[in-house]
Design a protein around this ligand. Structure first.
Ligand code: CUA
Length: 334
């Protein structure tokens, strides 16, 4: 039986035209939304009105009677004018919408990156210091937060209406989304992708706090062990350290100073060693074989929970160049 989360949020949803706005982004999205709604409303009124007026004015008076064919410069001007005007209007709306989209999903410098794993049927959250929570997300308002999402099983969708934020959590890949809250309080969190029979119960709360309250919350609930330290432990448990260390019998690349480096591959390509690359290397090691090495690493697909892969990445990220040369790494005690 999969674990099922307890329903935290009561079912009381008042009648609201739009959800509360808890970020600048929410205000901007609503402006676009109401502009589109207004424009569509105007077009409906205009078109229906014209249909009625023309229907009345040009109604058939005698069977077989027809108006003269429309031709000439004036009608061409009107047609070209309409096409240009509508084209510009829609290009403007496209620009408006895509600018907002990039704001949410594009690359942004962020203060805090929080890992989120979707799982039938709960949201598992891990903060940068290792603090964990389930079905709640505590974040400081006024700081730019990045959520790095993935899924343990099927596609889920992390949705916070008050932030106008929705991002799929997809198994096998990392997706990110940014936001900056403008107020404090508790807001609803939903799964917005049908993901199984308890999908409707996969919901929770987002708690927006002042930065000092957030720090207090972290120190009250803080993890005993940071993610890098936990990652080091997993690195040993899963046997990674057996091959990936300097002086190992097996020929495997050492990983100190790896994060962020450009890695040359056996097929002549290069790849930047970011989180997604490291995750791929763990679950599909044949995907990017490092130049000068044999594709002998077994896949760990399905053997390591996503939350532990995040911690292994944190550990590898923490390794500075030369770290493994100075002292024998985790593997020494295997
Ligand atoms: Cu997870 Cu719906």
């Amino acid at each position: 039986m999969p674990e099922t989360s307890k329903a935290i949020v009561d079912a009381d949803i008042g009648l609201q035209l739009v959800p509360e706005q808890a970020s600048d982004y929410a205000t901007q999205v609503d402006q676009l939304y109401f502009a589109l709604l207004g424009l569509s409303g105007l077009l409906i009124i205009l078109l229906t009105g014209l249909i009625l007026v023309f229907g009345w004015r040009y109604r058939q008076s005698r069977p077989g009677e027809r108006g003269a064919a429309v031709s000439g410069k004036t009608s061409h001007r009107i047609e070209v004018g309409f096409a240009l005007m509508l084209g510009l209007l829609f290009a403007g709306i496209f620009y408006w919408g895509s600018a907002l989209y990039m704001n949410l999903y594009g690359d942004t410098q962020t203060d805090i990156t929080i890992n989120v794993v979707g799982k039938q049927w709960m949201w598992k959250v891990q903060h940068p210091d290792g603090t964990r929570e389930i079905n709640t997300l505590h974040v400081p308002a006024g700081e730019t937060i990045t959520l790095r999402l993935t899924s343990q099983d099927v596609i889920h969708s992390f949705s916070v209406p008050a932030l106008r934020l929705k991002r799929d959590a997809v198994p096998g890949m990392y997706t990110t989304v940014h936001f900056k809250a403008t107020k404090t309080g508790e807001f609803r969190l939903f799964c917005a992708e049908f993901c199984g029979d308890a999908h409707s119960r996969m919901r929770g709360r987002v708690v927006l706090m002042t930065p000092s309250d957030y720090q207090n919350w972290l120190s009250r609930n803080g993890a005993a062990e940071g993610p890098a330290l936990a990652g080091k432990r997993h690195f040993r448990t899963y046997g990674c350290s057996g091959c990936h260390r300097s002086g190992s019998e097996a020929s495997a690349p050492t990983l100190d100073g790896l994060y962020g480096r450009v890695v040359p591959l056996a097929n002549g390509d290069t790849v930047e060693a970011d989180s997604a690359y490291i995750r791929d290397s763990i679950v599909q090691p044949q995907k990017h074989v490092v130049a000068g090495f044999q594709p002998i690493m077994p896949s760990f697909s399905g053997q390591i929970p996503e939350s532990e892969i995040f911690e292994i990445i944190a550990y590898i990220k923490s390794l500075k160049p030369g770290d493994w040369r100075m002292d024998e790494p985790a593997g020494a005690t295997q």
